[in-house]
Design a protein around this ligand. Structure first.
Ligand code: AHR
Length: 799
């Protein structure tokens, strides 16, 4: 109760509670072109002519490449420079003819005076061939309306140039046999940009004409993160480093487990052994987010990145099971998958006397990477996963007892998949359980205490993906409040926001933490919150006791479910029959004999004027794989009957168009007749299929607490207090620090405040939401501080 007395937070730095360890980290997945066309600094798209329609229906071997009229070309797949990467480009050019690559997204961005490294794997098909390679203005190279590239005069060629041209000669017969394979040879050169420009292309001109075959053509900025060859984009990697993440989860996400079980298939699951070794030999693969992955950013590079940003590596391996299709490897073959996991640990941690330790050393890293965590599966649903997981668990435990093994609890914070993950983890003694959820801010506010009661003696929580469906200031504030509870909950050991990166030309999924184009990055409000919590995590949580902070305030939102009832197919056809709606007095208020369901068209059925009612109908699907979306109360609640890949019987609660899954069961809709029933009573919804109860849930009734806070001590002995104020009132609080001999002298304050809930950072105004830092001197161990309305504050108290 707030009785108007002074509010206080008393900190007890000597009463340590929870070891924070690696609590706050990052999750990287190649979604939204986060790797190729993003963090991975390669500037050319389709560098080895491997794109194909399996990656994306619009792709072909010459995607992103163009040429002038008098150059003839052909992509061949029989005489490649290596087995895994079979395509080569065969070019025959008249003098001064050229071809070019337009890069990713908005075209290549180049900066005046910066150098770029061109690497070719090529062979001459006749005499010596001279090449002049430079960056050129794409708009001057191609007629945008006809998309046709005519031959240029020497003057026009020069006018389009944005850089020096590097001159290379592909000899009729390579002079050295070093690195030669099947006649192909590596050639390198540097070009210096003369101008800063976007929309550039890399142009390869044959001033004297000739015939050449190219296996790979690559372009990197010389200046990559930490100067590594085959390295990472400096601005993006630096944005991660300065957050001081404790771990990095990679490489996915659904990227890990969505695809073919055959590691040699174009659309295979993410198999780590495909991703190491010489670049030209890494097989091009379909990325399940609808594009191609070169695997140039592979496991070795991920481990290096972790080392560079000082984050613990946390790889996720597929479990020989693809939940998207419900396909698993034959159990007699599971040994191969388990061996892959054991080999990965050997690759990361063993010395050079071992097979995989030696391979790591040969790649350039004799020192082990110190792997501590390994996740098996990514948000897996279905028995197929849980019958395979124990094989991995037992083998890893036996051979590498020091590794913390992570089990998986599906894509929702409730329900059958979630319970199955926890049950399996408890049964087998998994160290951690990977939980994922994307929910609206209302869900987060209503579930701040989600983990409070969870026993810390059992498996720990790895919150491997979460976000509150938005990049506004409000989203960031709510996530910050939630993070104070993640820090305090005894069972929560690791947590990371998702997804991390998004190239704005290729949005698969929003929100994301960092957006970028080819030139620059955009740090979101969510990024700043994550950074504040990571940078100031501390080593141990300490006791923090609030006084007069018990007031709660209802968060505005609906309490009942009257309104429009509508139905849509989930890419199916079928028929609804004998539909009735009865009110709380059992009176029929609406009935319908029959309704055709076609495709995904939503059909409004009836605007229900009551708060208590029962809907019943029969349904049979005639075409398609999934089921129905059944909407209540003007889209406030949706019952997904056969949702996602026909796995889900879900209830989602929607606010401002963004959902939170509040009930989940596994259900596969078949082509048979179902009797469906929905009972609504005020804020409660219960569903039945053929008389059996499936979902039973109340819509969230969130309440704001006065302040959300947590405190810790770091390795310097500093005391850290994090406070989130979600209310519209500032809070004047006495922060009293008990114990310790010396007084604190300085408070370093990082504050995110002063924005309206809908504010968002944009490329035009990137600093709209941005924390500010100040240092205040402190004269006593009782400090009076005003926490602004709607703010996040990190106070580091130093002696
Ligand atoms: O983060 C985006 C996707 O969300 C991940 O690939 C998947 O694990 C989750 O469903």
């Amino acid at each position: 109760m707030n009785n108007g007395e002074q509010k206080g937070i008393t900190l007890y730095p000597e009463r340590t509670i929870k070891e924070l360890g690696d609590l706050f980290g990052l999750f990287f997945e190649d979604i939204n072109h986060a790797a190729d066309g993003g963090l991975y600094a390669e500037l050319l798209q389709n560098r080895s002519f491997e794109f194909c329609e399996i990656d994306n229906a619009g792709y072909h071997a010459l995607t992103a490449w163009g040429k002038s009229d008098t150059l003839q070309w052909e992509v061949k797949d029989t005489q490649g420079a290596c087995e895994n990467n079979p395509h080569t480009l065969w070019v025959t050019a008249a003098p001064n003819a050229f071809f070019y690559n337009t890069g990713f997204g908005e075209g290549i961005y180049c900066e005046e005076e910066k150098e770029y490294l061109v690497t070719l794997r090529a062979k001459s098909l006749g005499q010596d061939v001279a090449l002049c390679i430079g960056l050129a203005d794409f708009s001057k190279t191609t007629d945008k309306t006809t998309n046709k590239t005519t031959d240029e005069t020497v003057d026009e060629t020069a006018a389009a140039l944005l850089s020096d041209e590097v001159q290379m000669t592909i000899p009729g017969k390579p002079e050295t046999k070093e690195q030669e394979h099947n006649g192909y040879h590596i050639y390198k050169g540097r070009i210096r940009a003369r101008k800063t420009a976007d929309g550039a292309c890399l142009r390869i001109r044959l001033p004297e004409g000739g015939s050449v075959s190219f296996d790979t053509i690559s372009l990197f900025p010389v200046e990559t993160y930490k100067g590594r060859e085959n390295g990472l984009r400096k601005d993006l990697a630096t944005a991660l480093e300065v957050m001081k993440p404790r771990f990095l989860r990679f490489p996915g996400g659904c990227l890990v487990h969505d695809g073919s079980l055959d590691s040699k298939a174009r659309n295979s699951l993410y198999r780590w052994k495909n991703t190491i070794g010489p670049l030209y030999d890494r097989p091009a693969r379909r990325n399940n987010w609808g594009y191609n992955q070169t695997l140039g950013l592979g496991y070795y590079e991920y481990f290096l990145l972790c080392e560079d940003i000082q984050a613990q590596p946390l790889p996720v391996l597929p479990a020989g099971f693809n939940p998207h299709k419900g396909e698993g490897c034959d159990l007699s073959q599971i040994g191969e998958w388990v061996q892959e996991a054991l080999d990965l640990i050997e690759f990361a941690n063993a010395d050079e006397s071992t097979t995989w330790g030696r391979i790591r050393a040969e790649l350039g890293h004799p020192k082990p990477f110190g792997l501590k965590y390994l996740a098996i599966g990514n948000e897996e649903i279905g028995e197929g996963f849980f019958e395979r997981y124990p094989y991995f668990h037992q083998a890893i435990r036996e051979k590498y007892p020091e590794i913390q093994i992570i089990n998986s609890a599906g894509p929702f914070p409730v329900g059958e998949g979630y319970e199955a993950g926890w049950e399996s983890a408890r049964k087998h003694g998994s160290d951690l359980v990977d939980e994922h959820y994307y929910s609206n801010p209302e869900w987060f506010i209503a579930n701040m205490h989600h983990y409070d009661a969870l026993d810390a003696k059992g498996p720990g929580v790895f919150l491997g993906e979460y976000a509150s469906w938005g990049n506004t200031y409000e989203n960031a504030l709510v996530e910050a409040a939630y993070m104070t509870h993640l820090e305090k909950a005894a069972a929560v050991k690791l947590a990371c926001y998702a997804p991390l990166f998004c190239n704005i030309s290729y949005k698969n999924w929003t929100p994301d933490m960092i957006f970028f184009n080819e030139e620059k990055r955009l740090l979101t409000a969510n990024y700043y919150v994550q950074k504040m919590f990571m940078e100031h995590q501390g080593e141990f949580e300490i006791d923090a006791v609030g006084t007069n902070l018990g007031q709660r305030q209802a968060y505005p939102g609906p309490k009942q479910l009257d309104g429009v009832f509508s139905i849509a197919g989930n890419s199916i056809e079928g028929r609804i029959e004998k539909l009735t709606i009865r009110d709380g007095e059992n009176q029929t208020i609406y009935s319908l004999d029959s309704l055709e369901i076609t495709d995904s068209k939503e059909q409004e059925i009836f605007n229900i004027p009551k708060t208590d009612y029962v809907i019943e109908f029969e349904f049979q699907r005639s075409k398609g794989r999934k089921g129905l979306y059944i909407h209540l109360a003007n889209h406030l609640v949706v019952w997904e009957f056969g949702g996602w890949d026909n796995w889900d019987c879900n209830i989602q609660y929607l606010r401002r168009g963004r959902g939170a899954t509040i009930s989940h069961a596994i259900f596969h809709v078949e082509d048979i007749r179902y009797r469906l029933r929905i009972e609504v009573e005020g804020s409660s919804v219960t569903t039945y299929i053929n008389g059996k109860k499936w979902n039973s849930v109340m819509i969230p009734q969130p309440e704001l607490e006065e302040l959300y806070y947590c405190a810790s001590v770091d390795q310097n002995g500093d005391t850290i207090l994090k406070v989130v104020n979600l209310t519209e009132d500032e809070k004047k609080v006495t922060v009293d620090i008990k114990g310790g001999k010396e007084n604190y002298r300085i408070a370093q304050i990082t504050e995110l405040s002063g924005n309206s809930p809908t504010d968002e950072n944009t490329f035009e105004q990137p600093d709209t939401v941005c924390p500010v830092q100040r240092v205040e001197s402190v004269t006593s161990n009782a400090i009076t501080h005003v926490f602004p309305k709607q703010s996040v504050t990190v106070m580091v108290l130093k002696r």
